[in-house]
Design a protein around this ligand. Sequence first.
Ligand code: DOR
Ligand code: ZN
Length: 343
Amino acid sequence: MKTITITRPDDWHAHVRSGAVLKTVLPHTVRQFARAIIMPNLKPPVTTAAQALAYREEILQAVPAGFDFMPLMTLYLTGSTTAAEIKMAAGSDHVYAFKLYPAGATTNSDSGVADIKAVYPLLEAMEKYDIPLLIHGEVTDERCDIFDRERVFVDTSLTGIAGSFPGLRIVVEHVTTSEAVQFVEAAGANVAATITPQHLLFNRNAILAGGIRPHYYCLPIIKREHHRLALVAAATSANPKFFLGTDSAPHLTSLKESACGCAGCYSAHAALELYAKAFERAGSLDKLEGFASFYGADFYRLPRNSGTITLEKSAWTVPAAYGEDSLSITPLMANEELSWKIR
Ligand code: DOR
Ligand code: ZN
């Protein structure tokens, strides 16, 4: 049987939620990844190191027996974050980054930043204390077409941030456009990007052609085919600026299949298998290990993992849902066949 074995990977962008949903989704992340950058957009958001530590404990309690897993906590940047909190977070053993959500850009982003220039003194503190800034790169202007929001953000905000803080480590999260890819490629070594499985595998037809498919709706929204091709080229280029971040974002099926469905694709159930599909399709399975297991760790200045994980070519059908009835979560590619399986 055909197999591939790679160093155990990490997920550099994951939403694992809390409470009952955490218990459903965390085992999926833990069976594949040694570590994950945990997004702070809970309700209310995780804004202080003390809150992050409490959330970390809740996550550790939900790790199934026999697994080693390290949640890498992040703090949600708001207009009221202080330089003192940034210093404290940078000195904490468990906080690894701040996340900047433009206010209103996505799920639970209401407490985000309304005026990016106004938080420049905080970005300066992050640069000084050397803690990375993770950015949701979309403008929120309602007059801006939703398919253009990332491209416009690159011009109106990202270029300015990167130019003003040349020593700040920045991750442009879940890049979805050729323009964002080009920005990251042209920037200094302090600027990197994560790429999700859905943006590597699908173009916007997946959401809209033949019917509205809410389980393919996430933010930034999946774009045209030429953007997907630019993302695949970046992910498979062995450029260490591009690494794995699923943006796995579980929502209850009832909240996705609704007149106003939530944004987010749940991909943790088969993350590595989905990436393997994308890399195989590009003829670049040999590039999967660097993308999944090396470049993110290097960027965050953490040791690479020591164990391995093996995928085998063995067809299986993704379940229709995970979790108990009232808490059911529909995974990406539900009821469809995947050809790679974690052994
Ligand atoms: O689609 C998304 N879902 N994009 C985000 O940025 C947030 C995420 C979520 O938390 O559900
Ligand atoms: Zn996210």
